[in-house]
Design a binder for this molecule. Structure first.
Ligand code: SF4
Length: 361
C-alpha cells in the first residue's frame, strides 16, 4: 500500500523573493483549468485510502472558496487514516476557508509565517502581516483545528540572532505545536538569486541554528528532524513517511512519487501539465540507489537509522557495508552508534550533506 498522497497546488497571490518552488501567480481561470487536469490525474489512482494526505504548494488557500471546495471534494473519495494536512498562507485565509477544511476532515495545517518581524517580511517579499497570522489562528481556534505547524526561516542578511529569538518566543507564546525552521538557501532562478543576494555567513547561521535547537528544546519541543521540532504527539506523520523512505504518490505540477524502486517526477511546465502530459521522468532505482536514498532520508531524523530494521528492509548490514565511512565520521564527531541506531551528532546534523558525500558509492 502507498502510504502518503501529496497534492500540489502551484498558485500564490504573489511571488516571494527567495522562492524556488513550482508556483505562479493565481488567476481564477488558470486555477480552474489546473483543477480539471488535477482531477484527471487523481482519477488514475486505484487506491482508495492513504495514511496521510498533504496538500502543499504554492499556496493551496489562494484558491477561492468554490475552487477549494472543488479540490477537497475530489479528494474526498480517499479515506485518510491518520493525518490530513493543508499548507496555508495567512494573507488569503478566511473563516469560510477554515470551515471548509474542517468540513472535509483536514486535521493539520502548516502555516507559512516565515518571521513575525514585519520589516523582514517586506524584505523577503511576503505580503501578510502579523494581524493576518493572528486572524488565521483565531479561525483555526473557532473550527477546532489545533494541530498547527508554522514555517520560519533564518539566514537573511538583515536578520539578527535577537530577531530569530523573538520569532521563537512569539511562536512559543502562540502555543504552536510544530515548528519547521529552515536555513535560507539562495537559488539562482529566484529574485534573490538574480540580485546575487548575500545571506548571512555560515558561522553566523550555525550559531543561529544551535540557538534555535537549544531554545526550542528548553521550551518543550523535541527536535525530530534536521529542521523540525514538535510538542508531544505533533510530529508530522506525512513528512516522516519521506524520512522513513516509505512509498508515496505525488500529483500535480512538479510532484514526485516513489513506489518501491520506481521514482517518477511530474513536469514543472504548465503548458505540458494542462495538456495532460503530466509525467516528465521515470527512474528505476538500483539497489545501491535505494540504499543511499534511504540512508540520506533516515539520517535527517534525529533518531537516525534503525540498524536492524534497515537490514531487514534493504538486505543491507549498514555497519558492515559502510564501515569505513561510518568510522571516519564517528572519528570526526559527526556520527554515532547508539542503542541500535546510527545517527548524526548535534554537530553532524548541521553538515549532513558533507557526511552523505562519503556514502555515495
Ligand atoms: S508563498 Fe510559498 S510557494 Fe508562494 S511564492 Fe512564497 S514561498 Fe513560494
Amino acid at each position: 500500500m502507498i502510504k502518503g498522497l501529496y497534492v500540489h497546488i502551484p498558485f500564490c497571490k504573489s511571488i516571494c523573493n527567495y522562492c524556488d518552488f513550482a508556483r505562479c501567480k493565481y488567476t481564477i481561470s488558470l486555477a480552474d483549468k489546473y483543477l480539471t487536469h488535477l482531477e484527471k490525474e487523481l482519477s488514475e489512482i486505484k487506491q482508495d485510502s492513504f495514511y496521510t494526505i498533504y496538500i502543499g504548494g504554492g499556496t493551496p488557500n489562494s484558491l477561492n472558496e468554490k475552487q477549494l471546495e472543488r479540490l477537497l471534494e475530489m479528494l474526498s473519495r480517499f479515506k485518510v487514516k491518520k493525518e490530513y494536512t493543508i499548507e496555508i498562507n495567512p494573507e488569503s485565509f478566511t473563516k469560510e476557508k477554515a470551515l471548509l477544511i474542517k468540513k472535509y476532515g483536514i486535521n493539520r495545517v502548516s502555516i507559512g509565517v516565515q518571521t513575525f518581524n514585519e520589516s523582514l517580511l517586506t524584505h523577503i517579499g511576503r505580503k501578510h502581516t502579523n494581524v493576518d497570522v493572528e486572524n488565521t489562528l483565531k479561525y483555526l481556534d473557532e473550527v477546532g483545528i489545533n494541530n498547527r505547524s508554522i514555517d520560519l526561516i533564518f539566514g537573511f542578511k538583515i536578520q539578527t540572532l535577537a530577531n530569530v529569538i523573538t520569532d521563537l518566543q512569539k511562536a512559543v507564546k502562540l502555543n504552536i505545536t510544530h515548528i519547521s525552521i529552515y536555513d535560507l538557501e539562495v537559488y539562482p532562478t529566484t529574485l534573490f538569486g538574480m540580485q546575487k543576494y548575500e545571506k548571512l555567513d555560515e558561522e553566523t547561521c550555525f550559531l543561529m541554528y544551535q540557538t534555535i535547537v537549544d531554545f526550542l528544546n528548553f521550551h518543550g519541543y523535541t527536535q525530530y528532524e534536521t529542521s523540525n521540532f514538535a510538542m508531544d504527539r505533533y510530529q508530522s506523520i506525512h513528512n516522516r513517511l519521506y524520512w522513513k523512505y516509505e512509498d508515496y504518490k505525488g500529483v500535480g505540477l512538479s510532484a514526485s512519487s516513489k513506489i518501491k524502486n520506481i521514482r517518477t517526477d511530474n513536469t514543472s511546465n504548465f503548458v505540458d501539465y494542462l495538456n495532460d502530459r503530466y509525467l516528465k521522468k521515470t527512474t528505476r532505482l538500483s539497489d545501491n540507489d535505494v540504499i543511499f536514498e534511504a540512508i540520506m532520508m533516515n539520517l535527517r531524523l534525529n533518531e537516525g537509522i534503525d540498524i536492524k530494521e534497515f537490514d531487514e528492509r534493504f538486505n543491507c548490514n549498514i555497519l558492515e557495508k559502510f564501515h569505513i565511512e561510518i568510522e571516519k565520521n564517528i572519528n570526526k564527531g559527526l556520527l554515532e552508534v547508539k542503542k541500535g541506531y546510527l545517527k548524526t551528532t548535534n554537530k553532524g546534523i548541521f553538515v549532513l550533506n558533507d557526511i552523505l558525500i562519503d556514502f555515495m558509492k
